[in-house]
Design a binder for this molecule. Structure first.
Ligand SMILES: *Cc1c(COP(=O)(O)O)cnc(C)c1O
Length: 359
């Protein structure tokens, strides 16, 4: 068996050890004689899995006690609507910083719920950069300020987070959660679909500060209220048990590697590829401006569309998977999340160097 060089943007590569563990336990989870998929979500065995995942995330991210950790279905895309539904009251305004397609989508959902404004946008520059902190218009009386910490499609990432004058900062961290340490205290709410850095698709992690739970109106649909998940430890109805089990395994893997080491490795991996781009005399053209570059998604173009097609075809032939840019922007993109090994990035670097030399 040969594992692919997997640069998929999401669902994405998982640590080999995690897959092997899941394989070994598939038919008989810890002596139960059942797969974890077959356990009752009300059983003690499943409850231990559920609680361990929450506990590990709290430990690794150093999440303070006044934040609840929730597991919700519907992807990050449902959070685009749940955030304003729960946090944006009548008469208030939500502030969205636009740094790419995902922030645009989040804003579009908020507009269905209430009043919004755009505190900054780099759309005019094809989302090549994150706005400077001085460019942000935050008045201080908004319901919240929403950012996308890593722009999966454009390959940009916030390097510093804004001071929001006491307004809760809400972040979509789907594509860079656990890629680097962050200060959770600076955020009111963090959400992330699991399928990039945390596990398989099917579960979305929400980290919400307790005081924000008080904003949800009682009249909200039960399944769309953060209060429901908070009250029941995300066990109001059947949670995505297998996805949470896999999330727990990925978290244990992160803990064993150490978040510090993972961050360093992510920097090394990204550097391998950005150095090829920067040293290519314009053959490879990075989409993101250097100071906004993402450690998770490396986006680039080639001199012509024909060469891009050739690059992608030959890369595929050579065993590289998922290097095509998002359908909305084209070009090339290497997604190098936590579980993508250094060797895969080194192999891609070598391939890029050889391809350039031949063309
Ligand atoms: C992938 C992604 C999404 C969409 O996630 P779904 O779980 O498919 O809804 C949203 N935001 C960001 C930043 C993403 O990378």
């Amino acid at each position: 068996m040969k594992r692919a060089y997997n640069f998929n943007a999401g669902p994405a590569a998982l640590p080999l050890e995690v897959l092997q563990e899941a394989q070994a336990e598939l038919l008989d989870f810890q002596g139960t004689g059942m797969s974890v998929m077959e356990l009752s979500h009300r059983s003690k065995d499943y409850d231990a899995v559920h609680e361990e995942a929450r506990m590990l995330l709290r430990e690794i991210m150093d999440i303070p006690d006044n934040y609840d950790i929730q597991f919700i279905q519907g992807g990050a895309s449902l959070q685009f609507y749940m955030v304003p539904l729960n946090l944006l009251a009548e008469g208030q305004t939500a502030n969205y910083i636009l740094t790419g397609s995902w922030s645009e989508k989040a804003l579009a959902e908020a507009e269905k719920v209430g009043k919004t404004k755009v505190g900054a946008s780099t759309e005019g520059e094809k989302y090549r950069r994150i706005p400077n902190l001085q460019e942000l218009e935050i008045s201080g009386d908004e319901a919240y300020v929403h950012i996308t910490s890593n722009n999966t499609i454009y390959g940009t990432q916030w390097q510093q987070f804004p001071d929001t004058k006491g307004v809760p900062l809400v972040a979509d961290m789907s594509s860079d959660i656990l890629s680097r340490p962050i200060e959770v205290e600076r955020f009111g709410l963090i959400y992330a679909g699991a399928q990039k850095n945390l596990g398989p698709s099917g579960v979305t992690v929400v980290i919400i500060r307790d005081d924000l739970l008080e904003r949800s109106k009682d009249s909200l649909p039960t399944m769309l209220s953060y209060v429901t998940y908070g009250r029941t430890r995300s066990l109001y109805n059947t949670p995505p048990t297998f996805a949470i089990y896999m999330l727990g395994k990925v978290l244990r893997w992160v803990q064993s590697q150490g978040l510090y080491n993972i961050t360093k490795l992510n920097e090394t991996k990204a550097k391998l590829l950005y150095e090829v781009i920067d040293g290519s005399n314009g053959f490879y053209r990075g989409h993101a401006e250097p100071e906004s570059r993402s450690l998770m998604n490396v986006t680039f173009n080639l001199p012509t569309a024909e060469l891009e097609q050739k690059f992608l075809a030959e890369a595929k032939e050579a065993g590289f998977v998922g290097l095509g840019g998002h359908r909305s922007v084209g070009g090339c993109r290497a997604s190098i999340y936590n579980a993508v090994p250094l060797e895969a990035c080194a192999a891609l670097r070598d391939f890029m160097l050889v391809f350039k030399a031949r063309h």
